[in-house]
Design a protein around this ligand. Sequence first.
Ligand SMILES: [Zn+2]
Length: 602
Amino acid sequence: MRLINFVLVLAILVSGCTSGSSGNSTPTAEDAKKFMDDVNDTLFKLGLEASQAGWVSETYITDDTSALFARANQRLIDKTAQYAKEAVRFDKVDVAPDIRRQLNILKVSLVMATPSNPKEGEELTKIAADLDATYGKGKWCEDPKKSESCLDINQISDILRDSQDEKKLRQVWEGWHTISLPMRKEYTRFVELSNKGAKELGFADSGAMWRSKYDMSPEDFTKELDRLWTQVRPLYLKLHAYVRMKLREKYGDVVPANGPLPAHLLGNIWAQDWSNVYPLVKPANADKGYDLTSILKARKTSPVDMVKTGERFYTSIGFPSLPKTFWDRSMLVKPRDREVVCHASAWDVDNVEDLRIKMCIQPNDEDFNTIHHELGHNFYQRAYKDLPVIFRDSANDGFHEAIGDTIALSVTPEYLVKIGLLDKAPDTSRDIGLLLHKALEKIAFLPFGLLIDQWRWKVFSGEVKPEDYNKAWWDLRLKYQGVAPVSPRGEDFFDPGAKYHVPGNVPYTRYFLADILQFQFHRALAQTAGCTSALNRCSIYQSGEAGKKLNDMLSMGLSKPWPEALDKIAGSKQMDATAILDYFKPLDAWLDEQIKGKPVGW
Ligand SMILES: [Zn+2]
């Protein structure tokens, strides 16, 4: 579920300080334009090389392809870093608004800034690579002497999904959290050095640098997140209380009657998506009544057919078909003869039309959804292809993740009937089952989507000291998620490192934003499509009008502040979680009944 855009999305490194003055004469607006033309040109060329090498390295993993990719990537990173420093020259020049925005984006496009001291810069780059590799190679071995007892993240995830043996779940959960032990010392140093680099660029710390990408002050952005969370928190509390009650029926006293949920019993190693516990919590008489996985399997639907079905959704609302090269160059199934990275991703290799997805598709419900998600990235990428290269990105990083999920919200039972995958849509008495399943995925995720960066921002700002890393992590998980470990997690552990995005240094707030935005988009587009039924039964399939509205927004790329892009679809410049509340309204009322007289909160 990644987006690959090698021009801007990378963890770009700045290897020098910005304060150096060139000593030349004062630059002009004309110079600024020339500079940006050069930036756009060069990043386009280097981005293409890095993408091509990146594609090969992920679909044909060998030492050579990795080296080729690392080299191409380093060239792109070095050049971007150089440009970001040079952009400061035009700070006081009166330039056209369009050029000013390009210069600003260039300066905040960095995820990690290395200090100007070359030794420190090199040290930080190495630590970043080490942390990433430690996670990537992470395995837990029940018996370290027997390599066959070692489990990687996929095998651990399978157990968390399938097992209902409390002891086994606990053992595996604790096992996975040993992979991050070696990271603690390096992460502490990583924070010091990356802050130093961010300060040299004029930011208070790395967290402030991340928060500066949202067309508002870092302080206002933080308040904005609080506001959105306050809107959805009551619904989360009810879902939490209900799931706790049902898990207590299943697992007994290990689940407290009125305390936090045990971290290992939610069907997911980070308790970020609870849909795997649906069988334990499903409503008695309102199960959704069909299973897309069985349907796809029974029909022997091929991966290509699944992707064609996804494409047909987008073309039904007016988007042009995917280019022939998409079908020639995408990787849709796991090759039998070589190692590949199966983790789903969407690519725009040449930043124009060379769209691809890379997946190891299986005929199941989850992959059917993921296909719609990845294609959302591809159609977004193509919609903004005519903009200057630096604008070829989403309005903010939450938007890119939200588009495909917005379309996936239109994959309703009625839609499945229309395309012939289902004979008859379940009647509305089944809505609670459908909504509960969706809530276990989307509502359960919200506090998790928020807390990762709450922790990181405090760590970067120094509010949380290294000696409290783990305590602060679990304090936040308790505060936001109401989730706690069953065994003490002292400072000898480093539990944040057991989640990829921390050692991988990938900002996480985008996923929280995407979770909010997709419902806001869905509600607005469903209205445009003239849907009058309950929101969870609305599909914008075949609505040219909804498609036009969507395309108007996508084609703006990053050229305008995100509130203007949001306004194009939602008719409002403010993010708004009330669409979530509208969507889940029937479930909210049902949850009230289920938890009547039961404790809520922790
Ligand atoms: Zn994605």
